[in-house]
Design a protein around this ligand. Sequence first.
Ligand code: BGC
Length: 500
Amino acid sequence: MPGLWKSTQSGFYVRGTRIMVARIRSYYLVYFISAFAAITGLLFGYDTGVISGAILFIRKDFQLTSMMTGVTVSAVLLGAFLGSSISGKMTDEIGRRKALVIVSLIFVIGTFMTAVAPNDKFLILGRAILGMAIGIGSSTAPLYLAEIAPSNIRGFLVSLNQLAITLGIILAYVIDYIFAEKGDWRWMLGFGVLPAVILFLGTFFLPESPRWMVYKGMLKEAEENLKNIRASEDVTREMTEIKQGIQENRGTWRLLFSKKLRPIMFISLGLAFFQQVTGINTIIYYAPTILQQAGFSEATTAILATLAIGIFNVVFTIVALPLIDRWGRRPLLLMGLGGMCISLVAQSIAFYFPELAYLRWLTVGSMIFYIACFAMSLGPIMWLVISEIFPLEIRGIGISVAVSCCWAFNMLVALTLLTLIDAVGISGTFWLYASLCVLGVLFVYFLVPETKGCSLEQIERNLRAGKAPRELGIAIGRKKFMPTPVGGSLETQTEAVAAE
Ligand code: BGC
């Protein structure tokens, strides 16, 4: 299915009509398509974030016990785990674009259910359905973006999804704040229907991934789609590379856990593990509580802190976007994890000496530093690397397994946090997260490949040639961050290096 649009030299049109949608030419088209697909990330951020404000009022309205409050909040995580587990087969069978259509529909249904819920059971069901959409979407969007992106700007385009997640979290805080005065939790939850409908309409204009089409044997359509996405008639070299990458094997679970793919699986699960167990969601969602414990007792401080953390998350994700393709994935991951470790140790020290009031400023400073480091490393790069390193025939299920584990680790952290604080205190909990950051540094240093500028097919060829995990990508330096024409010099450089 080529999608509803057709590009021409002067812009692009709704297929079969004379309606011109926009005069977006040349390489900017791929940015536009990617930004649309990234709305999935916005919904991910919004629906995971909005509950923190809404739950205060839901709890009162439905007279929720502590246990039911916990279930209402975490139903999304469970749904996301289930959704991402089924997403692999789904995206491989029906295609990446159709999967996004289904995701947007489930978002609309789930949001509607939560907004009109007559009782707590219905609300929990609605939240679980929303979670399914988040789960399928969080595997499909990075996969789709990686497959349509030219290699030299793949880091930037896939990470738009992470930027959208951070914007979604901020949007949720703002909407919570607006409706908090009247305690209108139904509007807080219901607002999410707006981006969901925009995503649904947008999916009709999205082209199917040419890589998936080649995988399904639709060579002619794949070529036409690639020409549209690249806004260029000359896609022969890229098409040949994609076709050559296709193996006889079909994606099966056995293949996924085969000896050859085990290192890839290990790298993906490891990145998902470290993204969650180094405490990101403890910092994001418990910022007010942490700051109150550190000595800032006023409620306004708590609200401001939450907002500030959200804003820093967005700002540093924007800073990271061009650097991911310029500096590469590994340097950012190593620096980010190192910085997160330092900031967690600093917070741990501040909590160890509660009598020293001035140390509370250390807590504030290190929380900001922590979020900046996460936003420039594990935040975007986990999603990016897991969507780059699986071979095409197994990419759908590979990402699906990695993402469902990410959601499982997310749940693990949420469920163990209070018990951990009871057992070893806040200071001890931060020490634990800091030591996991050290393990993360070693993991990245020894295992994670640098995939900057390397085509997805080259990564596959390296894997087939039996290269060590760290050498699966070929590093290519970029002089200047500019949207270079697709099929241009960098891909040629990739081939030249590969040939050596
Ligand atoms: C993580 C989420 C986190 C968010 C914060 C995502 O990449 O998967 O768990 O809440 O980043 O920006």
